[in-house]
Design a protein around this ligand. Structure first.
Ligand SMILES: Cc1cc2nc3c(=O)[nH]c(=O)nc-3n(C[C@H](O)[C@H](O)[C@H](O)COP(=O)(O)O)c2cc1C
Length: 397
């Protein structure tokens, strides 16, 4: 479900498509916008570019995007949304016309299509439009709206584009993500803890927090009430998610332990330090002329183990295993030893994934012995897959 292509056509509701793109972006989707020439007369491509964070595709013949943009976009898309869908694009789709970038991409794609018709009530009620919509529905194109209301051309009638949030919900429904975790309290622990040595130094690790934040965003997108307990990171707070910042393993333990009993699902994606200095110097330790610095370390609390030992009935507990060798063996031991329902195992020695990367290559190992190898994918896709599995486990719990 990584990439959603939004086709914006020349309807007065084109400005509302900005809000659709914004909402999809906030939900963590990669959004690519195609505008028809007429759409650009109503809203500037720069707006969509800024909101989607991607270049806007405008024409079949744009050298900078490669010679076959219609093919690359049609393959990339996991869903194509046409909003607003003018009477014109509906007619072109129904008849298989391919005379610009959007219509050609639609014809070349096998991704599901969601269209949000928007037009004057007479245009909507015209037998040609009616027939076109009938054909499209028969072919499996999903139609959302239109509604009845005030039209830009004046007066009231049927033809007003569905609201952006309705269109986004319909998209989530098609992708199988719609409110799968509706109202469920979930906890995500993320980031790498820091164990202080003195006021300026700490023992840290390479966790960026990207996986945990992707998990928090994906859960929010599926309707969950999300609590994100985060060790230091440069990631921005996801909208609609409650975030508690912590620094050390001990602080993480305290927050997680207090909040865990109220949650139906917990995903520990944080890289919690295993050791912490026994003594923290109150002053900055000076550089010595000779000899080294010896730190004595003690074990930090094993948060995942404690959660596993005190797991309430029906709660789903998920851990991560970031390993550099014997990945599956270590992950299986951790799954059992810590009483987890699911462990996400990833080899952090790979160069194309793991810490700091936007991608991850993982295995999912379940309590019932099921083991699934996933391909290399963006962390936000992995996050959605993990939550879909958790939603399934919650249903069966
Ligand atoms: C200001 C303005 C608003 C328009 N709004 C709509 C509309 O809401 N729905 C529609 O089907 N056509 C609308 N049109 C007509 C379309 O822009 C026209 O049919 C055009 O050919 C559509 O091209 P496209 O589908 O390639 O974007 C509007 C035209 C103008 C000038």
């Amino acid at each position: 479900m990584s990439c959603i292509v939004v086709g914006v056509t020349g309807g007065i509701a084109a400005y509302k498509a900005v809000e659709i793109v914004r909402q999809l972006n906030l939900l963590g989707f990669q959004v690519k916008v195609i505008m028809t020439e007429h759409a650009t007369r109503l809203v500037g491509p720069a707006t969509f570019r800024a909101i989607s964070g991607n270049p806007v595709a405008l024409s079949l013949f744009e050298e900078e995007f490669g010679a076959m943009q219609h093919i690359s976009l049609s393959h990339e898309a996991d869903l194509i949304i046409v909003a607003p869908a003018t009477a014109n694009i509906l007619a072109k789709m129904a008849n298989g016309l391919a005379d610009d970038l959007l219509s050609t991409t639609l014809l070349a794609s096998r991704a599901p299509v969601l269209a949000a018709p928007a037009m004057n009530d007479y245009m909507y009620a015209h037998p040609a439009t009616e027939a076109n919509l009938k054909i499209l529905k028969q072919r499996g194109v999903q139609i959302v709206g239109p509604g009845c209301g005030f039209l830009a051309c004046g007066g009231k009638g049927e033809g007003r584009m569905a609201e952006p949030s309705e269109i986004v919900d319909a998209a989530l429904e098609i992708l199988g993500l719609y409110r799968k975790l509706d109202g469920v309290n979930v906890l995500v622990a993320s980031g790498g803890t820091r164990e202080p040595i003195d006021p300026v130094r700490f023992i840290g690790n390479r966790s960026s927090g990207k996986m945990g934040y992707a998990l928090a965003e994906a859960a929010k997108g599926m309707g969950a009430e999300v609590l994100l307990i985060s060790a230091p990171t440069t990631m921005e707070q996801p909208i609609g998610v409650e975030r508690v910042m912590v620094e050390t393993a001990e602080e993480m333990e305290k927050e997680v332990k207090t909040r865990a009993p109220h949650c139906k699902a917990i995903v520990m994606a944080a890289a919690v330090a295993d050791f912490t200095p026994i003594e923290i110097s109150g002053k900055k330790i000076k550089k010595l002329e000779k000899g080294g610095l010896y730190l004595e370390l003690k074990h930090t609390p094993d948060i995942l183990k404690e959660l596993g030992e005190n797991k309430p009935v029906g709660q789903i507990l998920v851990g991560f295993a970031a390993e550099t060798e014997d990945l599956l063996e270590h992950a299986r031991q951790k799954l059992k030893g810590k009483n987890l329902d699911l462990i996400v195992a990833n080899d952090v020695s790979r160069e194309d994934s793991g810490f700091e990367s936007d991608y991850n290559k993982a295995f999912l190992l379940f309590r019932d012995g099921r083991e699934v190898e996933l391909s290399l994918m963006p962390k936000r896709d992995l996050a959605s897959l993990i939550w879909l599995e958790i939603a399934g486990l919650l249903e069966r719990a």
